[in-house]
Write a protein that binds this ligand. Structure first.
Ligand code: SF4
Ligand code: ZN
Length: 352
């Protein structure tokens, strides 16, 4: 779509782009101002922050969290939110990906002047993602990574005394997640994934100030502001289910440009019937993290890894998972589940 010649907002500047979100032709200055004003409006109307709060910004070095950190610092000063801002990064231990993206976070930290704290999977769990991938194989890496990252962010933010975590999820991410949860029939997650502020059940609250920002506009904003971010995809991403949801979303968007906003809206409008059973939140018997089961998902996954039976811990609780949790040795019953020979080899090669 070619940009019209004159900015439709100020009427004097040369239009530099046609906004993907609204279709309006804007000059660079008017686009930047509109984008910042919209994020501010999202923050204010959803009452995302309270004065005096400490907010840990999940910083991955990618475009979304780089733009989020830049905007929160700017808007905090411009509008006097009264927030104490920190950068919190998770080092999953993925060579050639996270080490390079953390270098981008460190450069950005210097520019922003915000403190940075890094928590690593190796420190927290004794496993890096590269090592997990060697044990698990090419599939399911994101299952481990997603569960571990969620906890890592919570633990890091709690150590820092944060009141809230802000993440860089944008409208496209939310639309993809709504789609994925539909496709998986995951009612519990479907209820929560489109919420802008979550964590009312005892977890540290999380918010998504970029929830209504389109990915394409975040890239444009970062470009116009000269923000330095890391854009290489994770080496394990091609096997992620999310990638298929993203492709489907792009195909739908090519036919109907409002698809992203429509899906975000659908996620918000969905209501779960009162009589649908919801899991009761308790705490993990092993690590104390929030969990609706006796062990949290991270502890189940770790138990599988440490026993050399990583695939047993994936998916819905099965009798083998229950055996893992109750301390029985399911290795005798593994025919057809995992190769016991391989499992014992793995156990021998793991260095604890
Ligand atoms: Fe982790 Fe998967 Fe994301 Fe890579 S693509 S960082 S493995 S969740
Ligand atoms: Zn646990």
């Amino acid at each position: 779509m070619a940009a019209p010649s004159v900015c439709s907002s100020c009427g004097s500047g040369r239009a530099a782009l046609r906004r993907p979100k609204t279709g309006r032709g804007l000059c660079r200055g008017c686009f930047v101002a509109a984008f910042e004003a919209e994020v501010h409006e999202t923050i204010v109307s959803a009452r995302l922050f309270r004065p005096g709060e400490t907010v840990a910004i999940g910083a991955s070095g990618g475009k979304d969290s780089t733009v989020l950190a830049h905007l929160l610092r700017l808007l905090n000063e411009r509008h006097g939110y009264g927030l104490r801002l920190l950068l919190l990064s998770v080092d999953e231990g993925i060579a050639g990906y996270r080490d390079d993206s953390l270098a981008a976070v460190r450069r950005h930290r210097g520019r922003l002047g915000l403190p940075l704290h890094v928590v690593s999977y190796r420190e927290l769990y004794g496993w890096s993602m590269d090592r997990i991938a060697r044990h698990v194989g090419p599939r399911n890496n994101c299952t481990f990574c997603g569960v571990f990252r969620r906890q890592a962010l919570d633990r890091g933010a709690a150590w820092l005394g944060a009141d809230k975590i802000a993440t860089g999820h944008n409208a496209d991410d939310v639309a993809e997640t709504v789609l994925m949860n539909f496709l998986r029939g995951d009612v519990g997650r479907l209820r929560r994934c489109a919420e802008i502020l979550t964590g009312s059940e005892g977890a540290l609250p999380r918010c998504k100030p970029l929830k209504h920002a389109y990915e394409k506009e975040i890239v444009l904003y970062a470009y116009f502001q000269g923000l330095d971010y890391f854009s290489t995809e994770c080496v394990y991403a091609p096997n992620a289910y999310r990638g298929h949801a993203r492709t489907l979303l792009k195909d739908l968007e090519a036919i109907r440009s409002s698809t992203v906003a429509d899906l975000v809206h659908s996620g918000e409008r969905l209501a779960v019937r009162e009589d649908v059973r919801k899991p009761t939140q308790g705490t993990c018997q092993r690590c104390g993290y929030l969990s609706s089961q006796s062990l949290c998902k991270a502890c189940v996954l770790l138990e599988g890894l440490n026993r050399g039976l990583p695939r047993l811990a994936i998916g819905k609780p099965s009798h083998l998972q229950k055996a893992l949790l109750s301390g029985e040795t399911p290795e005798d019953n593994l025919q057809g589940q995992e190769d016991p020979g391989k499992a014992s080899q793995c156990l021998r090669t793991i260095d604890f």
